[in-house]
Unconditional design. Structure first.
Length: 323
């Protein structure tokens, strides 16, 4: 039942029925509708701002997972890059300096190394951008690793060559001389035992009983094994490669033959006094690139520092040579 409203009319002093004009009713209805629309709009705006839809929640969760994975991958890539930098520095500053090889320029190591941007870019990246960024970083690392592998292969060859060079470098005395009593004459100008004048003595003389074994002082190939009546008598010349040759003179008998491969410490003959000689001894020479050098500097394998110092003093003494 419709409720009827009354009001007290002060002019007529009576209660009269309240009649609301249609215009007022329309304005009230329109105001109510406007208030409802505004309230709905505000509610929807607040909902869109602070309340995520299921799809947005899924996308945000996925984005968070991508950020976490990207962060982990970046950490791994940065760790690998730091390890690569350390390896490259060690390669340039240690290995290649040891073997006297030129360092590899950074431009060759990685032609397109780029610094990665911070994590603030992750949110604006699509899946494709993330994939491309990570792929680029991994490709850069792959390029650097490939270059580094080639470098280590080169270093391996240098090591092998260095081992061969060390094996081919004269480094022991040609006769057993543990007590250092057999060095009779040194390198340089010495008094010739026959002509009694100062002449260049291109080697060392080791006095020893006839028949004392003579050893090859480094690996090499016998280039000469013959007798020379006016000079070294029975003598052997060994080509060691890398510019090194050694000569062993005045042997009583030769053991090695031309073309034979010999090793350091292998017996190649025995001490004698053949050729131009005044007594049993081994005349020993070292040649580098065709020029005689003082053999005293090639005995580092079988002498202590004190023994070597003593041998240097003995070799420096001015005396008469045996040949």
């Amino acid at each position: 039942m419709k409720k009827i409203k009354y009001y007290y009319n002060t002019k007529t002093l009576r209660y009269e029925k309240l009649v609301v004009p249609f215009r007022i009713k329309l304005l009230r209805v329109l105001g109510l509708i406007a208030a409802a629309l505004v309230t709905t709009f505000i509610t929807i705006a607040i909902a869109f701002e602070y309340i995520d839809s299921p799809k947005e929640k899924f996308l945000k969760q996925r984005n968070e997972v991508l950020q976490q994975n990207y962060t982990l991958i970046l950490k791994k890539i940065n760790a690998l890059q730091e390890q690569m930098v350390e390896l490259e520095q060690r390669d340039n500053k240690v290995y290649r300096e040891i073997f006297e090889a030129k360092p590899i320029p950074d431009s060759v190591r990685a032609l397109s190394i780029q610094k990665q941007q911070g994590l603030q870019l992750v949110q604006s990246m699509s899946d494709k951008d993330l994939f491309n960024t990570i792929s680029t970083s991994l490709q850069n690392l792959s390029n650097r690793i490939a270059v580094q592998n080639q470098s280590y292969e080169t270093i391996g060859q240098l090591i092998q060559n260095k081992e061969q060079l060390l094996a081919a470098t004269p480094s022991i005395q040609p006769v057993s001389n543990k007590d250092l009593t057999r060095l009779a004459s040194g390198f340089g100008y010495r008094v010739d035992p026959i002509y009694k004048i100062g002449k260049m003595h291109a080697g060392l003389d080791f006095a020893a009983p006839q028949g004392t074994p003579i050893y090859a002082t480094a690996n090499g190939t016998i280039a000469v094994a013959e007798y020379s009546s006016g000079g070294y008598g029975n003598h052997i010349r060994i080509n060691h490669g890398y510019g090194y040759e050694t000569l062993y003179g005045h042997m009583v008998r030769l053991k090695a033959q031309v073309g034979e491969q010999v090793k350091r410490g292998q017996v190649i003959g025995w001490v004698g006094s053949t050729g131009k000689s005044t007594g049993p001894h081994c005349h020993y020479e070292v040649h580098k690139d065709g020029h005689p050098v003082d053999p005293i500097y090639f005995f580092y394998n079988d002498l202590t520092p004190d023994q070597y110092d003593r041998l240097l003093k003995l070799a420096a003494a001015s005396n008469q040579s045996f040949d």
